[in-house]
Design a protein around this ligand. Structure first.
Ligand code: AMP
Length: 503
């Protein structure tokens, strides 16, 4: 099936082509036709399935095909009348300046997801003449209100800032035609239920509603029932779907050894874009600090950081300036970074679903990915939960720093390196790793042309290796550590010029 056959209009097809999408994903195949018809939708799907395009494309199509249909402010329906009467200080809210109506409203639980959804609307809508903007908290509201005053067709928002701006009379949602609730389960987890209620009371009751949630517990079903009108139901992949596409392994390692194990694993050049999860925010900061001290460029990202710091960390990671992003779970939701090579659970999450979400940050849209978890003595019960959720045992990996206490379990000898290209691979190249022990600085990682062209020549004669003098103390420390580790043949950092092979 092609995107053309789904009936999307040409400006959208052009954008899809330039994104390089050739076939719609499952959720796109199932969701796009009924949404184009104007049906409400209940989608049980998680990030990574192509969910954003599944709603953004038909929403843009409909906005483009239909003239604004919402009621003029003076003819607003019950909801908007109520709103007009209430206003701020009992007065009708003041809306600044003439502007076209907001026609589509997308609510997301986190700022990161909101920014990514906006990016998708901008990407897919770039030939449509429609525009979009985003509002979320944690940043100055001036630029957001300026964008709103200029007028937007599509508004992506987190609930709190949306209501703030609404209460200030800075935005008018009384003519919304399509309402999208993304990651509804996460919204409820984060305590947004009252905000969602307030917001839905302000938009027209006659509208199209698209409701997405990764899970469907009772309270989500109740919310869906309240918001949707005869919805089409689309369920994509079981909750453990990521477990099928992502290669998983676990190290049994005592807590004090976790950081050294992490540092060692990260010396493997195939780990060119690795997301590390820690249980606590302070833990994330600590891990990033330790990695930086050992010469591995890393940032942390979590809810205690300012929005500017979070955006900066994400940008640096996306552009390859840092190779490692250490985050908490809130940051993991909806984090859409292309080609994350590895996810490492430094600490196991509290439940199986979160585990699946975390590992789903790699292996996106059908790509393969690797997920490695560390499990200390106190985390065994968590591991059992996780394995129950995904319906299988995770392969136990061996390492000198790991205790390897799972004697009856299957064992894998190397951390999942088989599928990953190394920095020594070039387009036609062989398995050249950067040669030899402890090269001073690692070659720069490169996303282009396969993304992993390091300085190796494909024959194992990379220039990262050998006798180069380390430039910094940290590099010297790493070099020493690497030398010590080289006794673990086949482990990353063992040198010998063969490296991990790319299949
Ligand atoms: P999402 O589930 O919306 O977060 O999308 C996950 C990733 O899949 C994003 O990076 C999209 O750019 C990508 N994607 C979405 N649809 C397709 C498609 N039909 N073909 C290839 N990649 C896609």
């Amino acid at each position: 099936m092609s995107f053309e056959s789904l009936g999307l209009n040409e400006p959208l097809l052009r954008a899809i082509r330039s994104e390089g999408y050739t076939t719609p994903t499952d959720i796109q195949r199932q969701a796009i036709p009924p949404v184009l018809e104007g049906r409400d939708m209940l989608g049980c799907a998680q990030t990574g399935t192509g969910k954003t395009a599944a709603f953004a494309l038909p929403v843009l199509h409909r906005l483009l095909e239909n003239k604004p249909t919402g009621p003029a402010p003076e003819q607003a329906d019950d909801n908007t009348q109520k709103y007009a009467k209430r206003g701020r200080n009992g007065r009708p809210p003041r809306h600044h300046g003439p502007r076209k109506p907001i026609r589509a409203l997308v609510l997301t639980p986190t700022r990161e997801l909101a920014a990514q959804v906006l990016e998708s609307f901008e990407t897919y809508g770039r030939h449509t003449g429609l525009n979009a903007t985003v509002v979320f908290g944690g940043v100055k509201q001036g630029p957001q209100t300026a964008a709103l005053r200029r007028g937007v067709d599509v508004l992506v928002a987190t609930p709190g800032r949306l209501l703030d701006l609404h209460n200030q009379g800075e935005l008018d949602i009384s003519r919304v035609e399509v309402f999208v609730l993304d990651e509804a389960d996460r919204m409820l987890d984060m305590g947004f239920a009252p905000d969602i209620k307030r917001i839905t009371a302000e938009i027209p009751s006659k509208r199209q509603t698209l409701f997405f949630s990764a899970t469907m517990p009772k309270e989500i079903q109740k919310l869906a029932d309240a918001l949707l009108h005869h919805p089409v139901k689309v369920t994509i992949a079981a909750q453990n779907s990521a477990a099928d596409t992502v290669k998983q392994g676990i190290y049994f390692v005592e807590r004090p050894n976790k950081i050294a194990l992490l540092q060692d694993l990260l010396s493997d050049p195939t780990m060119h874009k690795t997301l590390v999860f820690s249980r606590t925010k302070r833990g994330a900061d600590r891990i990033a600090k330790r990695l930086n001290a050992s010469g591995i460029p890393a940032d942390s990202i979590h809810g205690d950081k300012s929005q500017a710091a979070r955006t900066r960390a994400l940008d640096r990671f996306k552009s390859g300036k840092t190779w490692v992003l250490v985050g908490s779970d809130v940051a993991s939701r909806g984090l859409d970074v292309d080609d994350i090579s590895h996810v490492i659970n430094f600490d196991l999450p509290g439940d199986g679903e979160t585990y699946v979400h975390r590992i789903g940050r790699t292996g996106r849209a059908g790509a393969t990915g690797d997920a490695i978890s560390f499990c200390d003595g106190e985390e065994r019960a968590l591991l059992r939960d996780i394995e129950r959720t995904i319906g299988k045992n995770i392969d136990v990996l061996e390492h000198a720093l790991a205790t390897g206490q799972a004697t009856k379990r299957s064992r894998a000898s190397h951390p999942l390196a088989a599928t990953a290209p190394t920095r020594g691979d070039n387009a036609g190249g062989g398995n050249g790793n950067s040669g030899g022990n402890g090269g001073g600085n690692r070659p720069k990682r490169n996303r282009n042309s396969g993304g992993h062209n390091g300085n190796g020549d494909g024959n194992g004669n990379g220039n990262g290796g050998g006798s180069g003098k380390p430039k910094t103390k940290a590099a010297a420390r790493r070099r020493r550590a690497k030398r010590n580790r080289s006794r673990f043949a086949g482990q990353p950092g063992a040198g010998a010029g063969t490296g991990a092979s790319a299949n």
